[in-house]
Design a binder for this molecule. Structure first.
Ligand code: FEO
Length: 396
């Protein structure tokens, strides 16, 4: 085996760890890389489940061929067409021209538009089964988790779910590939960052998918990014249920935009008051310093959200405006929201935050607090009161 790893008898991880890519989807920072997980089932028939991103083909092929030697690949199962999983398919087809591609009708449509050709396609629909010999795969479309054609494949003998993006996370697989071999604290954070930024907008389809899969007995989840969940797959299923229901923990994210530090001082006053009033989990982010993806990750976790902005060209400070736009797009809801900010001559930060608050489905706590230029003693008192009110609401 050339750096492939066996998951169960004759089922292998043949994925790629990408530590070079800076931005996933050319948007999301990858400080610790990402894995493109691909799986190989070596039975009477040979099936490959999803592939890897373009640029990794030679190494990927070596992993596969170290297991199958000169046998042919009979089937390629496409659970998801996004190019991080499909990028090498045109090259793979050149190497294995007799390969049959398994996908649903929406997969075929996207496939044709990306790569042309449909001769190798075998269409499947919900509940269809593909026998490989000892093993057998059953297919379940889970549209919009993460694209319209997304589906999962379930191997019945081993009770293994190949789930593609669902239950995936950022972070490369350093050494081990299983959850019990890896740093779970890190991967749970990165799984939530992946969920909130990539999948979270489709939380209603996630709920539908969870209902659809609820009757399956699942012993092992093999997603297309991050760890293979074999020690307690029910835990990640319940995390997905929690996140897609917008359930939250009793902490607070304070995020602010500040040109010269005055709105930052306001954030600190609120944070100190929250701590004095018994809130343990408090995250304060300068929206100019911390990438949006990390802030959204924590907003998805905590029930309290306090947003501050200085005025900038009669509007919100741009990184805060960007955050509020994203929150509306994602449909984050069921949070306690409070607002604050500063201005020096014409305002626009807080007034636009208030317009945002009218549009988003969150409960407003207290009155927004706006100061001129820098917070004075009496302003800091008001901010502390706001922190206390938020703490009381969170604890009630
Ligand atoms: Fe990992 Fe939606 O692609």
């Amino acid at each position: 085996m050339y750096n492939a790893m066996e998951i169960k008898k004759n089922i292998y991880w043949v994925g790629i760890n990408d530590k070079r890519l800076e931005l996933f989807e050319n948007l999301w920072p990858l400080e610790h890389g990402v894995s493109y997980n691909s799986y190989l089932i070596c039975d009477e028939k040979i099936a490959l489940i999803d592939t890897v991103a373009e640029g990794n083909y030679e190494y990927y092929l070596k992993k596969i061929q170290s297991i199958i030697k000169d046998r042919k690949i009979d089937y390629l199962i496409i659970n998801h067409m996004e190019p991080d999983h499909s990028g090498v398919i045109p090259t793979l087809i050149k190497n294995y021209p007799e390969i049959k591609i398994i996908g649903n009708v929406k997969t075929l449509d996207i496939f044709k538009n990306f790569y042309g050709g449909e001769d190798y396609f075998h269409l499947v629909k919900e509940g269809d089964q593909l026998s490989l010999g000892e093993y057998s795969l059953k297919f379940y479309p889970i549209p919009m988790v993460h694209w319209p054609e997304s589906m999962v494949s379930y191997e019945e003998t081993t009770k293994t779910l190949f789930s593609n993006d669902a239950f995936g996370s950022f972070g490369s697989l350093d050494g081990g590939i299983f959850d019990d071999q890896l740093d779970l604290v890190f991967f749970e954070e990165e799984m939530r960052r992946y969920y909130s930024n990539i999948v979270g907008k489709y939380s209603v389809p996630v709920q539908n998918a969870l209902k659809k899969l609820a009757s399956l007995e699942i012993n092992c989840i093999c997603p297309s990014h991050g760890p293979i969940w074999r020690s307690n797959p029910q835990r990640v299923i319940s995390l997905y249920d929690k996140w897609s229901s917008c359930e939250s923990d009793p902490g607070v994210v304070i995020v602010y935009g500040s040109m010269y530090g005055n709105t930052g001082k306001m954030a600190e006053a609120i944070g100190q008051s929250l701590a004095e009033n018994g809130i343990e989990d408090i995250k304060i982010y300068d929206a100019s310093k911390t990438h949006l993806s990390y802030i959204l990750r924590d907003i998805w976790k905590y029930r309290g959200l306090i947003i501050g902005s200085c005025a900038y060209n009669n509007g919100m400070f741009p990184p805060v405006e960007n955050l509020t736009t994203k929150l509306l797009q994602l449909g984050v809801k069921d949070r306690l929201l409070a607002l604050f900010g500063s201005y020096s001559w014409n305002g626009g930060g807080v007034s636009n935050l208030e317009k945002f608050a009218e549009k988003i489905n969150m409960e407003l706590v207290g009155e927004s607090i706006e100061v001129k230029s820098s917070p004075k003693k009496e302003d800091l008192e008001k901010l502390r009161e706001l922190g206390k009110l938020m703490a009381e609401k969170l604890k009630s």
